[in-house]
Design a protein around this ligand. Sequence first.
Ligand SMILES: Cc1cc2nc3c(=O)[nH]c(=O)nc-3n(C[C@H](O)[C@H](O)[C@H](O)COP(=O)(O)OP(=O)(O)OC[C@H]3O[C@@H](n4cnc5c(N)ncnc54)[C@H](O)[C@@H]3O)c2cc1C
Length: 308
Amino acid sequence: MSESIIIAETGKGSVSAVTAELVSAAIALGTSPTVVVPCTDASMADNAGYDGVSRTIAVKGACFENYDAASWASAIDAAAPSGIIIAAATPQSKDIAARIAAKRNLSVVQDVVSIDGMNLTSPIYSGKAMQTVAISGDSVISVRANVFPAASSAAANVSVVDQSGDVSTAVQEIMARASARLDVSEANIIVSGGRGMGSPENFSHLEKLADVIGAAVGASRAAVDTWDDIPHSMQVGQTGKTVNPNLYIAVGISGAIQHLAGMRSSKYIVAINKDADAPIFAHADYGIVATWEEALPVLESELSSMMS
Ligand SMILES: Cc1cc2nc3c(=O)[nH]c(=O)nc-3n(C[C@H](O)[C@H](O)[C@H](O)COP(=O)(O)OP(=O)(O)OC[C@H]3O[C@@H](n4cnc5c(N)ncnc54)[C@H](O)[C@@H]3O)c2cc1C
């Protein structure tokens, strides 16, 4: 059985849930996975044990305090054994995947949404078409979240590799607005707002609904570009994040092709728009023709009573 190396997705000092899905992807490929955990404290890898994984490597280094593509890719590349590299299709991990592919002179397949033997399927042309490529031998792939079931947790057999001395540059500090919210690229439910929300303050109505249903809050590019208070990290679409939730609720979003590119593979799409002819309705499973001012309070109160 060939080897695969899973680069654990990490955030807020722990290993993210999507890592368990990468283990299932590795097993679907017929490989024997090793999980590599980039960390500053090796104890973080203690939670990165899964059924089917015989080894977890904590790659420890000061550079992992803050994200920097070059130093992270160098440190992970130096510590990871050879094999098929598997990362999550988040902006950060796709960046690392591409860099490791270049360092190892391997092919890279990004945004994989299905695996059949060694055939990998991923969207191309902003999601307008799907391509299937066959890999043979070592390569680097990134896999979208919410595609594979999560592998069950198991005790981790951790070995530690200290990369601190091998990294020549590291980012010392990143100043960013702290957000306790779930990131859209990992969320199972997303409530997104567009220019139709009218002002950044009105996003608080989306946050209220998101709190009721355990969702992340996203935005269209028009919202991000128009309002400084809506950060780029929330942007969904061709030049933002690609998301794959079970439920995507688009509020005051017209449904431009560049927005659809980032969310059209959502399992269920609900659109709230006051314009019955808005293109988003052509892609929605459920549509509400109303202003958000009318629709959101009703939705929030109905869902609150259903959830309680
Ligand atoms: C190269 C390129 C890359 C791009 N990348 C992205 C990307 O990654 N992501 C992205 O989103 N866009 C992207 N865009 C921009 C994209 O083309 C659209 O301009 C953008 O998606 C529009 O955002 P919107 O739907 O919020 O705004 P609008 O198109 O202005 O739509 C606002 C909608 O809100 C509705 N509305 C207004 N008031 C209300 C109300 N009170 N209640 C309910 N509905 C209301 C309106 O009927 C309308 O449908 C890109 C464009 C280019 C050229």
